[in-house]
Design a protein around this ligand. Structure first.
Ligand code: KIV
Ligand code: ZN
Length: 519
């Protein structure tokens, strides 16, 4: 039987990035886009081009790099946004502009301060203008969940006429129940019939985003918008892994439908996003949480030993999680074994990258007895997302601060020159960050600090995420540091944020120089 494809539109890089604390640098976004392509995502919403030069740059680099997924940029229904989106995705093999305007009375009256007729005019103009850049235009009725359905029909007729081929109906505030969303999608998909594809985009404020998305599929939606790990604004978006695995696992119900997702890439994608954002899925999160396949009770363990089907509806292998082979390497492991492991984990590296990774692996293995798959994933993520190295931590020494003044000695390499300095602070971390500031000449303000442990053991790798402002007129930058030593990881994370800031600042200068402006 020929199954109908449900298109998976991933918005981790756009709506997901709107999660508090989830902003990413360009290298990180590129690595995520590459993994989404490997996962088989149909459309990658790679950002909001008009939001900042950083977003524009990341989208255009993703457009050059990814060839098997459609690259999409979001644009409000205004010319400058649509133009930025069109230009940012110009290099993509397959490209889409996603434009939107709110259609609920509450948004039109209080936010847009526009009449319904004005909203329709703006929507039509945006779609027509978008069609001058691309053939593939998606239009979203923002807050569709609370919009009047007869008004939506009116605006949808107009934008389809103007050239939109996908109509997205977001439950922007996550208010609707599955039965209500199902009824709305049914009515709208019967109304549009084969004039456009109906898409849904559900937020999770009531914990119903996935249920609403699945109900939408049953009622005619042929595109679902979602994010890895359910990342997203407020309570997040519908989780890609849950939607895809529900469709696959419950083929008795969803038998007529399938997706293009290679489910074995789900776990690697989830780890990549968690390592980059520092936002771990809750342990009991469906599909990708640390406990999703853990059987704690004796009765369950007994059942599992007799027959896995007693308590397991999904095999971990189906999402690319190898439960048996997680203990991997130690300090005596050779280069060949390490290379083999990288291959098994899906990392394609050239000789140079392999050498760097192996050196770092040896450094970690000296301090950490057992290295697990998740450690290797974290190590490779930090290597692949490094921005052009402006500053690099060479060494860190801490003085005993139990009775005296916390102090640190730091050596940093910059442009091939090593500089050492020492400083004191109110606490160890304060001393480290102040010493780094003295060496680099940049004054950072720490806004957020988070430490998580990768894999297990007292000697587990610490993954530190910092959010630091170096210039109050520019967004705070995220930095990551990885080390078996938490203080070392903290110093690396702080320097990582500075490097991201410098690469962003360099790019701003280039773009402003291009346009003849100065900053
Ligand atoms: O939630 C929402 O309405 C959105 C739109 C921009 C699609 O994210
Ligand atoms: Zn959204």
């Amino acid at each position: 039987m020929n199954k109908e494809i449900i298109k998976i539109f991933d918005t981790t890089l756009r709506d997901g990035e709107q999660s508090p604390g989830a902003s990413m640098n360009t290298e990180e976004k590129i690595q995520i886009a590459v993994q989404l392509e490997r996962l088989g995502v149909d459309i990658i919403e790679s950002g909001f081009a008009a939001a900042s030069p950083g977003d524009f740059d990341a989208i255009s680099r993703i457009a050059q790099r990814v060839t098997n997924s459609t690259i999409c940029s979001l644009a409000r229904a205004k010319d400058s946004d649509v133009k930025a989106a069109g230009e940012a995705i110009a290099a993509a093999k397959m490209r889409r502009i996603h434009t939107f305007i709110a259609t609920s009375s509450i948004h039109m009256e209080h936010k847009l301060k526009m009449t319904p007729d004005e909203v329709i005019k703006r929507a039509v103009r945006a779609v027509e203008y978008a069609r001058t850049f691309v053939d593939d235009v998606e239009f979203s009725c923002e807050d569709a969940g609370r919009s009047d359905i007869s008004f939506m029909k009116e605006i949808v007729d107009a934008v389809i006429e103007a050239g939109a081929s996908t109509i997205n109906l977001p439950d922007t505030v996550g208010y609707r129940l599955p039965s209500e969303i199902g009824a709305m999608v049914k009515e709208m998909s019967e109304y549009t019939h084969n004039r456009a594809i109906i898409s849904v985009h559900n937020h999770n404020d009531l914990g119903l985003a996935v249920a609403n998305s699945l109900e939408s599929v049953m009622n005619g939606a042929r595109q679902v918008e979602c994010t890895i790990n359910g990342l997203g604004e407020r309570a997040g978006n519908a989780a890609l892994e849950e939607i895809v695995m529900a469709i696959k696992t419950r083929s008795d119900i969803f038998g007529g439908y399938t997706t293009n997702i290679n489910t074995k890439e789900i776990y690697p994608a989830s780890r990549l996003i968690a390592n980059i954002t520092g936002i771990e899925p809750q342990p009991n999160k469906a599909i990708v949480g640390k406990n999703a396949f853990a059987h704690e009770s004796g009765i369950h363990q007994d059942g599992m030993l007799k027959n896995k089907d007693t308590y397991e509806i999904i095999s971990p292998a189906d999402i690319g999680l190898d439960m048996e082979d997680t203990l991997v390497l130690g300090k005596h492991s050779g280069r060949a074994a390490f290379k083999d492991k990288l291959g098994k984990l899906g990392f394609e590296v050239d000789e140079e990258a392999l050498n760097t990774a192996f050196e770092r692996f040896k450094e970690f293995a000296d301090k950490k007895k057992e290295i697990y798959d998740d450690d290797i994933r974290a190590l490779m993520t930090s290597q692949m997302t490094r921005v052009a190295k402006a500053y690099e931590l060479v060494s860190l020494q801490l003085m005993d601060c139990s009775n005296g003044v916390p102090s640190s000695a730091v050596t940093i390499r910059h442009d091939g020159i090593e500089t050492t300095d020492a400083g004191i602070g109110d606490g160890t971390m304060d001393a480290i960050f102040k010493t780094i500031d003295r060496i680099t000449g940049y004054q950072g303000r720490l806004i957020e600090y988070k430490v998580t442990s990768v894999s297990k053991g007292k000697d587990a790798l610490a993954n530190v995420t910092t959010k630091v402002t170096f210039n109050d007129n520019q967004p705070a930058m995220i930095g990551h540091g990885l080390s078996p030593d938490t203080m070392m990881a903290s110093a690396r994370a702080y320097i990582g944020a500075l490097n991201s800031y410098l690469s962003m600042e360099g790019m701003l200068r280039l773009r402003h120089a291009d346009s003849g402006e100065t900053i």
